[in-house]
Design a binder for this molecule. Structure first.
Ligand code: DOR
Ligand code: ZN
Length: 352
């Protein structure tokens, strides 16, 4: 058994409030524990979106009752809430800005709407941007102009990783994350029905995937972007974009370790040390996970805790299984069973 720190996922979508048929704080945090994560940072594109004190309370009250692992909730940047979200910063994971089209209502396309957020959001927290390609370049320019940390969510393209590399060399305060699906899948993926390939950012080309692997040292974090939509929705006329990812990320990365494409120190750095530093997360005492590095098995949605009922990695052969999770002194997961009750999870931004 290999012992690792409790992992941190800085990017998940639980659908509560608003769409608990896809996921809620209970099933989402159960999936997290089963995947080896002891902290998750939840995105604000719920219904309603989380963008002021009242909506933050709605999400945090649901989380308090139902979460089984530790968590924090993001605030969403809207056209006129810069002052409000800045005043709530200490209670939130960080600020999320949607600069490109995706699932939900929080898009900000006019740069004059970005400015107040960059001016006002406290600099000790990053602004996390969904910004692809040239919008990503604009977000990096904003980081430089306002001299503040910006974290680029789910990068997927060669041009993105190369520009981030150049920006880091100039000392701009930019960090980034990459999702397993952008490291293990390409747009030519056969065998998946078309709705099940929909994700934002879209799956990219082999050239893009290769560039991400070649520049692992530039990638600060691995994040799942766990974005559950039901199988029925994914196979419908109008499939919403998004993949579940919490329960498949670590097995995929451990498999990459067994193939010498990655190392255990890479996993610890990108799934614990760096997210903890970037988001100023507290130490979780008496918290660790155990993995069986030699366990070989096939990924199947039937064994998952997520409510969405599918995975793009169905049938993939992997090597490496989470066998045990200890969270703040309690055994929270062992051999396929969640052992802590709903409500055990804590908001890591609550004063201790
Ligand atoms: O594929 C995606 N799904 N990308 C996003 O940016 C949003 C997410 C979701 O919430 O479903
Ligand atoms: Zn997302």
């Amino acid at each position: 058994m290999l012992k690792l720190p409790g992992l941190i996922d800085p990017h998940v979508h639980f659908r509560e409030p608003g769409a608990t048929r896809k996921e809620d704080w209970d099933t989402g945090t159960s999936a997290a524990l089963a995947g080896g994560f002891t902290v998750v940072l939840a995105m604000p594109n719920t219904k309603p979106p989380i963008f002021d004190a009242q909506t933050l309370d709605i999400a945090l009250n649901a989380a308090k009752l139902k979460a089984r692992c530790d968590y924090a909730q993001y605030l969403g940047a809207g056209p006129d809430n810069a002052e409000i979200v800045a005043s709530l910063a200490d209670k939130a994971a960080a600020l999320k800005m949607y600069l490109d089209m995706t699932f939900g209502e929080l898009r900000l396309d006019d740069m004059t709407l970005w400015m107040p957020h960059f001016e006002k959001y406290p600099k000790e927290y990053p602004i996390v941007v969904h910004a692809e390609s040239r919008s990503m370049a604009a977000a990096i320019l904003f980081a430089a102009i306002y001299n503040r940390p910006v974290h680029i969510a789910h990068i997927s393209l060669k041009e993105e990783i190369l520009l981030i590399k150049a920006a880091k060399e100039k000392g701009i305060k930019v960090t980034c994350e990459v999702c397993p699906h952008h490291l293990f899948l390409t747009q030519d993926l056969s065998g998946l029905r078309s709705g099940r390939k929909e994700v934002r950012p879209r799956l990219a080309t082999q050239k893009d995937v290769d560039a991400l692997w070649e520049n692992l040292n530039i990638i600060d974090c691995f994040a799942t972007d766990h974005a559950p939509h039901t199988l029925e929705e994914k196979d419908s006329e109008n499939p919403p974009p998004g993949f579940p990812g919490l329960e498949t990320a670590l097995p995929l990365f451990l498999t990459a370790v067994s193939e010498s494409r990655l190392t255990i120190p890479d996993i610890i750095e990108k799934m614990y040390t760096n997210p903890k530093k970037i988001f100023h997360l507290p130490e979780q005492l008496e918290t660790s996970i155990e993995v069986d590095e030699d366990a070989k098995y096939k990924i199947t949605a039937a064994e998952q805790f997520t409510r969405c009922g599918w995975t793009p990695f169905e049938g993939w052969k992997v090597k490496g299984r989470v066998s045990r999770v200890v969270l703040r002194g309690r055994e929270a997961y062992r051999d396929g069973k969640i052992l802590v009750e709903a409500g055990y999870g804590r908001n890591i931004r609550d004063a201790l």
